[in-house]
Design a protein around this ligand. Structure first.
Ligand code: GLY
Length: 573
């Protein structure tokens, strides 16, 4: 009797908790769904208004590509920290027949860029030049990416319909969340320093939750793009405004750089893990190669038996991550400029050999793992991900970014959009010869017209010819280990999809030789045990903000928005 009562209580509690964790109606009236199920299509993004815009497009008969364009444009308005038209990104698209293509709309170095752009006469890095100056801006790819996918895959064939919601949000304004108010207040001094004219992100009093942010210049820019198409951004008035803003402040992007920008269709990085097919982004993102390397190195081990977040499990993942990130630093860059041995990096024998010196009891110091001697460059974590599936089973996985939060903090005067600071993703001071004669990070050195190396990992996972998961995350260098852990949670630990996304995460990347762990995730005892094995542990704030869609056993899909932000799932019913 007592047992039955406890069971009933546990059942009621679990239902209550599930409901609480799935929908939050915040003070602004936004309905933030952390999980939702549908077979009619869904959108998961970093902002409830953007997810709603995308879902409305699906309801009007648009496909996943139509919705993705509308969401990308809406995020440029309602999530200016990372949503953008002045940045770039990558898309993995799997159509209803299971065919996958990927689009690279990554930014490029301007033609006047050179290897030593950010170094002084002594060869030292000039602090801030590659992050917070007009020289930090890469040639934006987002608008070209949007038109490229529209022309090839749009079902609605009506661009106006896709851009109008963004124009309205910019013109009429929207209520900012507490997190956005904090972010804007935090960035105020940089906004003021870099923009000597009025911009909508700065006002005389501090921002607070519920304040309305209107962006009239941005609304006009979007309107011009609606009227004139792609060429407005790359050759029209908007291009002229961008170049004027850059050139008046010692930047180097020219009209010719903009005119020449082109997105690139690329073959996905594809491979298998325990019967699942992983489809992810090829270089110039390191995401796909590293994700598959790590999965393949893990495959011989029984992770389920080791146990989620057990000492052995954390140790193994860390050793795998160490080896992959060491390879990243030496071999990966823009394939148009460097020969990347993708095939060899993913070769099973090579990966087995990488793990030959794995010691299940002791950490191997990073300096013994690779020829590289350079620490990996710091990567900013403010990026954003969009996962979409439509009723026909077309799936879009887009990760898009300005690099830092609000990119360079530069708003194009009169045009109202924020410019990226993606040039900082280059290796701005490639390493010296190391003891093995290799030059760390040379593959990612700056060259005119080159794309900077990325960690973005938009991914689609297939099982038995059907989409199993659509997943991605922001997080700079932590993106790849975030996506890895979500997949391992789903595939190895057989976690419920909601838990697989929300579970605590950790990250390591060869150098610095540390494991970063989300605050409070590990007990003191576990931390001590890992330290005894030779690991250095550092607690930190959230790692990643995942937007995921996972297929349920009954053929419906569940969307999961990361609890770490205002992220939201909207579904078609
Ligand atoms: N800017 C972050 C990345 O591309 O990985």
């Amino acid at each position: 009797m007592r047992f039955k009562f406890t069971l009933l209580l546990a059942l009621i509690l679990s239902v209550l908790l599930t409901d609480c964790s799935s929908t939050i109606s915040d003070k602004l009236g936004y309905n933030i769904h952390k999980k939702a199920v549908s077979s009619m299509g869904m959108v998961v993004s970093a902002h409830p208004l953007a997810s709603e815009v995308g879902t409305n497009i699906l309801k009007q008969g648009g496909n996943a590509i139509d919705a993705a364009i509308a969401v990308q444009l809406a995020l440029a308005v309602v999530y200016p920290a990372a949503g953008n038209i002045g940045g770039g990104g990558f898309m993995v698209f799997t159509d209803q027949k299971g065919q996958t293509v990927t689009l690279d709309f990554r930014e490029k170095a301007p033609s006047a860029a050179n290897r030593d752009l950010y170094l002084d006469s002594k060869g030292d890095v000039i602090e801030g030049l590659s992050t917070s100056s007009h020289l930090a801006v890469g040639v934006p790819g987002t608008v070209d990416g949007i038109f490229t996918i529209f022309e090839k895959y749009s079902k609605l064939k009506n661009f106006d319909l896709l851009i109008k919601p963004a124009i309205e949000l910019a013109a009429n304004g929207y209520k900012i969340t507490a997190e956005e108010a904090n972010d804007l207040n935090y960035s105020e001094s940089e906004f003021k320093r870099l923009n000597k004219y009025a911009i909508p992100f700065v006002r005389s009093t501090a921002w607070k939750q519920g304040d309305v942010l209107k962006q009239t210049d941005l609304a006009e820019t979007l309107q011009r793009i609606m009227n004139n198409g792609r060429s407005e951004f790359y050759e029209g008035k908007t291009a002229e405004m961008l170049v004027k803003c850059i050139s008046e402040n010692k930047g180097i992007i020219t009209l010719d750089d903009l005119k020449k920008y082109k997105s690139v269709w690329r073959k996905p990085i594809a491979g298998h893990y325990r019967g699942y097919t992983i489809l992810s982004m090829a270089p110039p993102s390191s995401g796909g190669v590293l994700l598959l390397q790590m999965l393949k190195m893990l495959e011989p081990y029984d992770l389920k038996t080791m146990g989620f977040q057990s000492k052995q499990y954390i140790h193994l993942l860390t050793e795998v991550q160490r080896r992959s990130y060491a390879d990243r630093s030496v071999y990966l860059g823009d394939p148009a400029f460097v020969k990347i041995p993708v095939h060899q990096l993913l070769d099973s024998m090579y990966l087995l050999s990488r793990m030959r010196n794995f010691n299940p009891l002791r950490a191997i110091p990073s300096k013994l793992i690779s020829a590289g001697t350079m620490p990996l460059p710091h990567e900013s974590e403010e990026t954003t991900h969009i996962s979409i599936i439509d009723k026909d089973g077309n799936a879009v996985s887009i990760t898009t970014t300005l690099n830092s939060s609000y990119g360079s903090n530069i708003v194009v005067n009169g045009a109202g959009f924020i410019l990226n600071n993606e040039m900082d993703d280059f290796s701005i001071k490639p390493g010296n010869l190391n003891q093995y004669g290799l030059i760390g990070a040379e593959a990612n050195a700056i060259q005119p017209g080159k794309r900077m190396l990325s960690s973005m990992t938009p991914t689609v996972v297939m099982k038995d010819g059907k989409i199993f998961a659509v997943v991605g995350s922001p997080g700079g260098s932590t993106i790849i280990t975030t996506v890895l852990q979500v997949l391992v949670n789903l595939i190895d630990h057989k976690m419920d999809p909601y838990d697989a996304v929300q579970a605590g995460r950790f990250h390591s990347q060869w150098l610095p030789d540390k494991i970063y762990v989300e605050n409070g995730l590990w007990s003191k005892q576990l931390t001590r045990q890992l330290e005894e094995m030779g690991h250095a542990i550092e607690s930190r704030t959230d790692i990643g903000r995942v937007e995921a869609i996972v297929r349920n056993m009954d053929g419906t899909y569940i969307g999961i928005a990361d609890k770490r932000g205002d992220d939201d799932v909207e579904v078609v019913k």
